[in-house]
Design a protein. Structure first.
Length: 401
């Protein structure tokens, strides 16, 4: 095994020890292998030389719209390799400024969807990210303002973007683009009528698939995967129970504060929700015990009012939504669960459990914070066990018994 192979294998082991997903490990290793082959003489321990080579390598890469996603992944891979090799951090963010008209469009759109449409912050961030990609695509094709967007430009973007997305993401892309066009009409921009006549939609039908849920055995395995002998394990187990027992979203868990817990009444107030309205949930005993254990033995900061805080890195700072999400994804890896890696499966599982125990759709909607019962109906789509309970035996099989 040559020196480059040794370096790449050591980097792979580093990523695996940090609980990176196998697909991410393979992708990052591939990027680092290509980098090392182009800069084979760079000593891995010399941080200044290694950093300069990385910046030069990135500058030689294409920067068109079609290469944006690989560029982001490449930068992430090189950052992790630099930290692995030197123990230091390196800023590899692109210095290319966003065009002024795109920046203005995004600022205006963000205000519109927040103040007029009333969307949640997480939804706004996702929507603006999709629109940024569309506007960058348009700019690469010579568009210098929203009034110059053509129907062919929109069609070309959707053809490229939707081909690389999962079905649920395709719906988000189409929804974001429709929202942007509505915003342009709201502003009175003279948009090409051919653009407004385009059928911008993605064929994703509600109730067409059964949501992914976890079995009781998988849920128990997931719960047992947390090492509660460490502060991180105690905290992460409390996060898991907030999601599995109460059906909270990642953003709602990240927003929890000490004041949201009414220990005398045994209640928990969920604020800053996607539906823009508070809801009060019963503080179930497993959740209460886990949070109490976290407060007594793992949480160190007394000044910060947010409940879940970072421990190993940036000790005492509130955990972000992505950090909350990664807690569950790492638990999936430890538990060996490959059927799903999404945190929403815990919400689906809780909804299914409530439905099977006899709870009404209205009660489930109230617990999960849904404005519409139709949304809750998606969460409790009939599964195998329910089908088995109403299935009749095959006539010929019955006669042979």
């Amino acid at each position: 095994m040559n020196e480059i192979s040794v370096r790449v294998q050591a980097f792979r082991d580093f990523l695996k020890s940090a609980n990176y997903a196998p697909r991410t490990v393979d992708s990052y290793a591939k990027h680092v292998l290509a980098f090392l082959r182009s800069c084979a003489d760079v000593p891995s321990h010399a941080s200044n030389v290694l950093g300069e080579c990385m910046l030069g390598y990135l500058a030689s890469r294409p920067s068109s719209y079609d290469s944006q996603k690989p560029q982001i992944e490449l930068r992430a891979a090189l950052r992790r390799y630099f930290f692995h090799a030197t123990g230091e951090k390196l800023d590899l963010r692109s210095d290319e400024p966003i065009e002024a008209w795109i920046s203005d469009e995004l600022d205006g759109l963000e205000s519109y969807v927040r103040d007029v449409a009333g969307l949640a912050e997480t939804t706004i961030a996702s929507l603006c990210n999709h629109v940024r990609r569309f506007l960058t695509h348009a700019s690469c094709r010579g568009v210098e303002g929203p009034s110059l967007i053509s129907a062919s430009c929109v069609r070309d973007f959707l053809a490229v973007e939707l081909a690389r997305c999962e079905p649920s993401t395709r719906k988000s892309v189409a929804t974001a683009l429709r929202s942007y066009l509505r915003y342009l009409v709201f502003r009175g921009v003279n948009v090409d009528q051919a653009v407004l006549r385009l059928p911008i939609s993605s064929p994703v039908w509600k109730l067409s698939t059964i949501p992914k849920t976890l079995s009781d055995k998988e849920l128990s395995t997931l719960s047992a995967s947390f090492d509660r002998s460490t502060p991180e394990g105690i905290r992460d187990h409390a996060i898991f129970l907030c999601m599995s027992e109460l059906g909270l979203r990642c953003s709602e868990v990240a927003s929890l504060t000490l004041e949201d817990f009414d220990w005398h009444r045994g209640a928990l107030v969920i604020r800053q929700t996607k539906a823009h309205r508070d809801r009060v949930l019963p503080l179930l005993a497993p959740v209460g015990h886990a949070v109490t254990e976290y407060l007594r033995y793992a949480r160190q900061s007394r000044a910060e009012r947010r409940l879940f805080l970072s421990i190993s890195r940036r000790n005492g700072t509130p955990m972000s939504v992505n950090q909350i999400r990664n807690v569950i994804r790492r638990a999936y890896l430890r538990a060996g669960i490959t059927s799903t890696t999404g945190t929403h499966a815990l919400r689906h599982t809780r909804a299914r459990s409530l439905y099977e125990s006899g709870a009404s759709l209205k009660l489930i909607a109230d617990i999960l914070g849904h404005k519409s019962i139709d949304t809750s109906r998606v969460y409790v789509s009939v599964g195998i066990q329910q089908l088995r309970s109403v299935a009749c035996p095959w006539p010929e099989a019955a006669t042979h018994e």
